[in-house]
Design a protein around this ligand. Structure first.
Ligand SMILES: Cc1ncc(COP(=O)(O)O)c(C=O)c1O
Length: 361
């Protein structure tokens, strides 16, 4: 049987049907309906954040965040992320400036200040694979230079740092509730933010710039519908047990791959509540014997489908028209050598063993 890199969590069919039943009575399908509002309150508590607004997907949420903050200029970010991050920056009319990453795959805060110019308006860090950026150091730099801080927090649903939800750091954090994520609403996303005054601006961006009988900006349409929200309500109920099963798979990989020469296992930050979202291994051919692509092909031949994530780098987008990777050698190296092994809720430990055996062979 094939083992894929990810598998979407599904509530029982009857559970989902029960949750969507009321939609046939209310006929309220979208536009911030009652199920949407319930999910919003539940997520606020679960994520330990001050404010949250829900979206049809994470990408449009990020785009709306940049627009709601009124950013125009350069945004320091990293190329080691999914295409969405850079696309949102460019679509919002800003210019991405690429900073390199550290061995935990997140932005190297020691390299940020050298990239600041008089056009810089914000730092957009990406929390990668469940690892978090150095949020305190980044905030200090931002305060010193009067910059906004935005986080692409698509990978860190439920992660906590110093007892606070990770999405509560920075001016705005974007979460993705895509089907492949730790928590999903089929497609979906959220913006978490401290300044309550942003709620109105974010809502206007999400709904065509409509505010009562006024049009206040050129907004888009990014509203979460009731069927998405109902999936979220169901999935939230099972999240703790799912996180526990992810943890078991993660620890099994650690235990069995720990001594394999040439494989660097996922870096773990001490003192954070983790979500075990991904299991990236860094493959060094000299010691391991195969390079990342060869390993991926060998696994695929055994029906095990790992993912080259993130490859290529977003800075390799043809639209840039030039090589944008030369100042980010770490990001380039990781994009060529990281392989994400299968990781999802209820991944059977026997399957982890099969994957490990295939790697060892
Ligand atoms: C790092 C990162 N940023 C942004 C996104 C975009 O989120 P969405 O698919 O919900 O639009 C994703 C995932 O898809 C992601 O992994």
């Amino acid at each position: 049987m094939a083992i894929n890199v990810t598998k979407s969590s599904m509530p029982r069919f009857e559970e989902y049907c029960e949750e969507i039943k009321s939609i046939w009575e209310t006929t309220h399908l979208t536009n911030m309906g009652p199920i949407h509002n319930r999910l919003k309150e539940e997520l606020k508590k679960r994520l330990k954040v001050e404010n949250i607004e829900l979206f049809v997907n994470g990408h449009l949420a990020l785009y709306c965040a940049l627009k709601a903050l009124g950013l125009k200029g350069e945004i320091i970010t990293t190329p080691f992320t999914f295409a969405s991050t850079t696309n949102a920056i460019v679509q919002a009319g800003c210019v991405p400036v690429f900073c390199d990453v550290k061995p935990d795959y997140t932005i190297d805060e020691s390299k940020i200040e050298a990239l600041i110019t008089d056009k810089t308006v914000a730092i957009l860090g990406v929390h990668v694979y469940g690892n978090i950026c150095e949020v305190d150091a980044i905030q200090k730099i931002a305060d010193k230079h009067s910059l906004k801080v935005i986080y692409d927090a698509a990978h860190v649903f439920g992660v906590e740092y110093k007892g606070k939800g990770i999405a509560d750091y920075g001016d705005i954090s974007m979460l993705s509730f895509h089907a492949t994520k730790v928590f999903h609403t089929i497609e979906g996303g959220g913006l978490c933010f401290k300044d309550g005054a942003l709620a109105k601006k974010i809502a206007e961006q999400r709904n065509f710039g409509v505010c009562g009988e006024e049009l206040t900006c050129f907004g888009t349409n990014a509203k979460m519908n009731e069927f998405q929200a109902a999936m979220g309500i169901c999935n939230l109920r099972h999240l703790d047990e799912e996180l526990e099963s992810r943890k078991q798979a993660f620890e099994r990989y650690n235990e069995k791959l720990g001594k394999v020469a040439g494989l660097t296992l996922p870096p773990i930050h001490e003192g954070i509540k983790q979500n075990y979202a991904y299991y990236p291994v860094l493959v060094a051919k000299e010691k391991f014997g195969l390079d990342r692509d060869e390993l991926a092909n060998k696994l695929a031949a055994q029906n095990i489908f790992a993912r080259k994530y993130f490859y290529p780098l977003v800075s390799e987008n043809k639209e840039f028209g030039k090589d944008m990777t030369e100042n980010t050698p770490n990001a380039k190296y990781y994009s060529r050598n990281v392989l994400c092994l299968p990781m999802y809720a209820h991944l059977p430990l026997e399957d982890v063993d099969r994957i490990v055996d295939a790697i060892l062979k």
